[in-house]
Design a protein around this ligand. Structure first.
Ligand SMILES: [Zn+2]
Length: 551
């Protein structure tokens, strides 16, 4: 992360800005520059640029400039008016251990059409928009053929519906007011299906797309405003217009229609996942070490568990016993051996896991996760593989060998350890996954590990919602949340139980998520704040809370 993160500060009063940013840069090992060109070239296209944005700070509106010259750089925009304000905002990130401020945004926007393509970015084409007194395109143009659905991007109240009769440049359009002074506009419609003062909810169809008003072809023009933003100098745009891009959730691949990119009409491509259950199963990760004990079965019954994850060294007796309680239960297996500091080649790994894996296969198990958190030193990083590419090759060797004797098995790419770099212990997961992409694509499914410490991080993209980034990267892969938990020692287990119910409920109807396994049923040591039962057999209160869920 540190290797790909750069902080862009205003040049004027540079040293005051540096002082304000010093703790942050030190804490997250972030480079600093005042030159947009340097930030753009730095590690392009993999970098994240934390842009400290003050009105006129770069002598131009720097966001559209980046979008034009370095379109793949990720911008993390911090709107501030003074070094003191910057210091405060960065201190908040340090407290949250959140280098990119992912938890900052007050609300999110749903993708407002079924078409995953932006045809004109925010802020571009300054020469064209100057005639309307605008610094550039004042919204996003999003692909939407004539008659396509247009969706409300967030909950709110309709405050304007224009029927197009007054020759407005937006033609027929709808305006919605949301929380905290945010407003959205949906322009160039064929028809509006809402009326003024109507309450609408996120995802509700509010009209059909077309090309009314000042438009040459059918599309949706989508704008975002924040009351007071122009007066406060938070935007160079009049009328409180701000850039919607950072607020926009990626389109839901379960419903979007993929644009062919050749100018032709897009074809609907329904995505089907190889998952006969059609919903996300309520799961638990079995005992962390050794076979299941007799005391492990009651918590599974109490919590009404639908899926159980086993390790490949679990005796087949465990499988039979679990099924005698619940014949319908879905079982999967993680190929497991202790790595320690030993060098475990692919063939050594196969030697250690094959017998167990085949025994599970003969009992009907078909889903196998190959290994675990390979971006950790204790799981082989810096010892057996140096990077994702080398791990990908190791993994495919294992997969190719096992496939010969287990032809119907579906092999999963393992969950990664989420979070920041820990020097000598963990390397960052996303670059590692990029390097291993050829192997991810070869796998039948992809495992996700999700951890959070608070209600906020449960709902953030770096915490509980991390599977959404996986979905964006692998729109067609079946995902399995093979581990999730709140391991905090400061959060009581009742609160955790309610968080787990919320998480299971969110995932229940998420397309292409097969099962979610809470970590962990029991363990002979470690994980005192995560285990579902104690070693004396006592059950953690969260087990009852999960069992009492109404779905
Ligand atoms: Zn537009």
């Amino acid at each position: 992360m540190a290797d790909e993160h750069i902080l862009l500060l205003p040049k004027q009063n540079y040293f005051r800005w540096i002082q304000a940013a010093r703790d942050y840069a030190f804490r997250f090992r972030v480079r600093i520059t005042h030159d947009p060109e340097t930030a753009g070239k730095f590690q392009y296209p993999g970098q994240t640029i934390t842009l400290v944005n003050i009105a006129g700070g770069f002598g131009r509106d720097v966001q559209p400039w980046f979008r034009e010259h370095y379109p793949d750089a990720k911008l993390d925009v911090l709107d501030v008016t003074s070094p003191e304000e910057l210091r405060e905002k960065l201190a908040e990130r340090i407290r949250n251990n959140d280098p990119f401020g992912k938890d900052d945004l007050p609300f999110r926007l749903r993708w407002p059409t079924d078409y995953a393509l932006i045809t004109q970015q925010f802020g571009v084409n300054a020469d064209y928009y100057r005639r309307w007194g605008l610094p550039g395109h004042e919204g996003l143009d999003i692909r939407a053929p004539e008659g396509a659905n247009v969706y409300a991007a967030a909950d709110g109240t309709v405050y304007g519906v224009h029927d197009g009769s007054n020759n407005h440049p937006y033609g027929i359009h709808v305006r919605i007011r949301h929380v905290d002074g945010y407003k959205t506009i949906y322009a160039h419609l064929k028809s509006a299906h809402v009326r003024k003062d109507q309450q609408v909810s996120r995802g509700q169809v509010i009209g059909f797309a077309d090309s009314t008003g000042n438009s040459t072809a059918s599309h949706l023009h989508f704008s975002l405003k924040k009351e007071g933003a122009s007066a406060a100098g938070l935007t160079l745009y009049p009328y409180d217009v701000i850039d919607p891009t950072p607020y926009l959730d990626p389109p839901d691949p379960g419903s979007v229609i993929v644009d062919p990119g050749d100018g032709g009409e897009p074809e609907p491509v329904p995505i089907t996942y190889d998952w006969p259950y059609g919903r996300c199963l309520i799961g638990v990760h079995g005992r962390a070490d050794g076979p299941l004990g007799e005391r492990d079965y009651q918590p599974m019954k109490t919590a009404r568990i639908e899926a159980l994850k086993l390790l490949s060294n679990a005796p087949v007796g465990d499988i039979d016993r679990v099924r005698s309680d619940n014949p319908q239960i879905f079982l999967m297996t993680r190929l497991f051996t202790n790595f320690g500091d030993t060098y475990i080649s692919a063939s050594e790994f196969i030697n250690r896991v094959e017998q167990g894996a085949r025994a599970h296969y003969q009992r009907g198990i078909r889903h196998f996760e190959i290994h675990n958190e390979p971006n950790l030193r204790i799981e082989g990083w810096q010892n057996i593989w140096q990077n994702g590419r080398e791990f990908g090759m190791w993994l495919l060797q294992v997969r190719d060998h096992l496939r010969a004797s287990m032809p119907e098995a579906k092999f999963g790419f393992p969950g990664m350890s989420p979070g920041n770099i820990l020097l000598g212990h963990r390397t960052q997961m996303w670059p590692f996954l990029d390097e291993a992409d050829f192997a991810v694509q070869e796998c039948d499914w992809v495992a996700v590990h999700a951890y959070w410490l608070s209600q906020t991080s449960l709902r953030s993209l770096s915490g509980g919602q991390i599977y959404k980034e996986y979905r964006r990267r692998y729109p067609r892969k079946l995902l399995m949340i093979t581990e999730f938990s709140n391991p905090s020692e400061r959060v009581d287990s009742g609160t955790k139980g309610h968080q787990y119910v919320e998480y299971y409920r969110t995932l229940r109807n998420e397309p292409g998520v097969g099962a979610a396994f809470s970590f962990v049923l029991s363990a002979s040591m470690f994980f005192p704040y995560e285990a579902w039962r104690r070693e004396d057999g006592g059950m953690n209160p969260k087990v009852q809370i999960i069992g009492a869920r109404n779905f």
